[in-house]
Design a protein around this ligand. Structure first.
Ligand code: HSE
Length: 442
């Protein structure tokens, strides 16, 4: 057996604790598979005296994660602190600069500084692994970085946030309000400390930025993402979508188009018989359309201590198996100097079908005027139906019987839809905010 690999773990929250326990519990299996033992030789966290559900009694304690990262007693630094700046970034940089391999689960750090960190990893000849940063336990990074090397990816998309999927699933299954479902998600510990991050789509956007770079070999462009969260989705949207054969999911989509790369996070209509529509509760899923292999869909737990620790342990095992002094594969699948610049496709050029739900006053001619406004923009309608709203009208006295018009369009452009909606609004028949949800092709 070779010499053990010495590991330093910074951050002992849910994931860090699960990782320590996993490495202890599976020490024999890991040693057999890696050809050497995995030893946790140092740990660091904010509070030394806090009660923890893991055994770190034999492990050297570091108050400062940067000192742990630089320690001559570790070969591999595990960053589970979180946050795009501060100790997480400083300690990862310190580890790479001192020639330590790094494993991180930190999507925010990679989305913002991934290229800088991968550059350091290349410069110092070490590995930067981050399987756990996207979709938790699903091995999507290795799949994209290694297994699909011979493919050109056309689109990668998925359910990248378990909290949003949980909320949408419960709203649909139980007819509950968004607020009630969010409270439950927080109670169950699914939501991030600040739920805005989940429900406004930022968490998905961080993950998407990483997938986009792997998919298209471009530099990470986390500031170039169109983001809409799920806070405007109502039960009326969900039921209307279902009647028309769709389900609403918060998707992150990165897609190659003639005018550049689209990166977008928004509530999306997916055909109810598609694989992605079947993914419920906190489960994540990622679909990849690639030219040689075709479509792949992977699903599984996107968060949680054990699932995330499983991905981190897999990354550590890869490092343990790597040969000292050998060239390591690039962190983002393409050497840094060969990454392409990012060319953003404008959202108004986005092409696709649209779901529109309009709350209107019950007057003669409204239906016709909506159809006319669509026709003016050359938008072809696939269906147009009228519904009774289950929601309270904001203006019940003036408008005792609010009606809903629900439209599904054939493929058109975002620009055309936005113009049509502006014109419909100016006609004065709407009694509530128009809802527009993009339809994603299977
Ligand atoms: N809060 C995230 C989610 C998990 O709900 O999926 C970590 O990214």
């Amino acid at each position: 057996m070779n010499t053990p690999i010495r590991i330093g773990v910074a951050g002992l929250g849910t994931v860090g604790t699960s990782l320590v326990n996993l490495i202890h519990k599976k020490q024999n299996l890991l040693a057999d598979r890696c050809g050497r033992a995995l030893h946790i030789t140092g740990v660091s966290a904010r509070n030394k005296t806090r009660e923890r559900d893991c055994n770190i009694s034999q492990t050297q304690w570091f108050d400062d994660p940067v000192e742990l990262a630089k320690s001559p007693d570790i070969d591999c630094f595990i960053e589970l602190i979180g946050g795009e700046e501060g100790p997480a970034r400083q300690s990862v940089i310190a580890a790479l600069e001192s020639g330590k391999h790094v494993v991180t689960a930190n999507k925010a750090l990679l989305a913002k500084h991934g290229v800088e960190l991968a550059t350091l990893a290349e410069k110092f000849g070490v590995l930067l692994n981050f399987e756990a940063a996207v979709a938790g336990g699903i091995p999507i990074i290795k799949t994209m970085r290694e297994s699909l090397t011979a493919n050109s990816v056309e689109r990668v998309y998925g359910i990248l946030n378990g909290t949003c999927n949980y909320i949408l699933t419960r709203m649909e299954n139980e007819g509950l309000s968004f607020e009630a479902c969010l409270k439950d998600a927080q109670r169950l510990g699914y939501a991030e400390a600040d739920p805005t991050f989940d429900i406004e789509g930022f968490d998905s956007a961080h993950k998407l930025a990483i997938l986009c770079s792997l998919a298209f070999g471009t530099v990470i462009a986390s500031d170039e993402i169109y983001i809409e969260g799920i806070t405007s989705i109502t039960y009326d949207d969900i039921t209307a979508a279902r009647e028309l054969g769709y389900r609403i999911k918060l998707l992150g989509v990165a897609q190659l188009t003639d005018s550049g790369v689209e990166q977008r996070v928004h509530p999306t209509m997916v055909p109810i018989d598609s694989t992605i529509a079947q993914i419920s509760d906190v489960t994540n899923a990622v679909a990849i359309d690639a030219d040689i292999v075709g479509q792949l869909v992977m699903s599984g737990p996107g968060a949680g201590g054990d699932a995330t620790a499983s991905a981190v342990a897999g990354d550590i095992a890869d490092i343990a198996k790597s040969k000292p002094g050998h060239q390591h594969g690039p962190a983002f699948g393409t050497p840094i100097n060969a990454l392409l610049p990012y060319r953003r496709a404008r959202m108004r050029a986005h092409e696709g079908g649209y779901f529109i739900r309009l709350t209107v006053s019950d007057e003669t001619g409204v239906f016709a005027s909506v159809a006319t406004r669509m026709a003016e923009q050359d938008i072809s309608l696939k269906s147009i139906v009228q519904h009774h709203s289950t929601e309270k009208s904001a203006n019940r006295e003036k408008d005792p019987k609010p009606q809903q018009i629900v439209l599904i369009t054939h493929e058109t452009t975002e620009q055309a839809i936005r113009l049509a909606l502006t014109n419909i609004e100016s006609d004065g028949h709407l009694t509530g905010q128009a809802q527009m949800i993009r339809i994603e092709k299977k």
